[in-house]
Design a protein around this ligand. Structure first.
Ligand SMILES: [Fe+2]
Length: 274
């Protein structure tokens, strides 16, 4: 099989369209090049590839260690319909910029979403490159952020969805605990990325308002057009992102419209590190 991978960069700092056919992808012959482009450009689009669940699982497995869901399922149904997804309520946090897995020491490496039912309106997926955003910071900002850490909580992300929860609801969120992470992740490769998003509650040791302003300023910076890509779904599209070097969010859509994406994941390969 021809091991030359055909691809097209979407924007200089984020996104690559992978043009290989399905057989080529499933063979694993492109796995090394796909992993390289994933890390380099953050988001990979497989236009109208039309994976079945079995093909999606097989392709994911060519790229690393397959990560199962909590109850052992291989496919997670991304749907806000409670009939389809028991945790639909928490998914509403996905309408705001975030990194998956900030509550664990080792976040997943990547997720692959395959479109099954599109929203008639909205329901796009936005991405931004947090490696490129870090690189573009001023030297003063790089110095400011060096050694700084932020506390991440599930409550912080849920308060954006439900700003005035009952005390019982708030305590339910708090029970998920908290996780202190560096604001700047120095990866084993030596590259650095920002660790921010809607789970970041506050920067340790900073005045609360200064901390709030800094987190907003960093998000504003990281989501500027040059670091940003919006995927507007077409039938059969699949999209993968490097969860360790990007943030993502869904754009609003009618919750009862039937939108359905199937997700597979790759296990993390390195913990957050300063
Ligand atoms: Fe997410």
């Amino acid at each position: 099989m021809d091991s030359t991978l055909e691809y097209r960069k979407i924007k200089p700092l984020i996104g690559t369209e992978i043009l290989a056919d399905k057989a080529g992808l499933l063979s694993g012959v492109h796995a090394g090049e796909i992993r390289r482009l994933l890390e380099e450009t953050g988001v990979l689009v497989f236009p109208k590839i039309d994976f079945t669940d079995a093909e999606q699982i097989a392709f994911t497995t060519t790229l690393g260690k397959f990560a199962k869901e909590l109850k052992g399922e291989e496919i997670y149904k991304v749907s806000l319909d409670k009939g389809q997804n028991a945790t639909a309520e928490y998914l509403k946090g996905a309408f705001f910029w975030h990194i998956d897995g900030t509550m664990s020491p080792m976040p997943i490496l990547a997720s692959l979403l395959a479109s099954k039912v599109r929203a008639p309106e909205g329901g796009d997926t936005d991405f931004c490159n947090t490696y490129a955003a870090y690189d573009a910071l001023s030297d003063d900002d790089k110095t400011l952020l060096a050694g700084k850490r932020a506390v991440h909580t599930l409550a912080s992300s849920q308060l954006e969805v439900d700003p005035q929860p009952s005390l019982a609801k708030y305590r339910e969120w708090r029970a998920y605990g908290k996780n202190e992470l560096p604001l700047v992740w120095t990866h084993r490769s030596g590259r650095r990325s920002l660790v921010i998003g809607n789970t970041a509650h506050h920067v340790v040791g900073m005045d609360p308002l200064e901390s709030e302003e800094l987190l907003i300023r960093l998000r504003d910076h990281a989501t500027q057009p040059e670091f940003y890509y919006r995927h507007v779904w077409a039938d059969g599209d699949a999209v993968m992102w490097d969860n360790t070097g990007t943030m993502h969010r869904a754009t609003p859509y009618a919750l009862d419209c039937g939108r359905m994406l199937h997700r597979t994941k790759l296990e993390g390969e390195e913990p957050f590190a300063a």
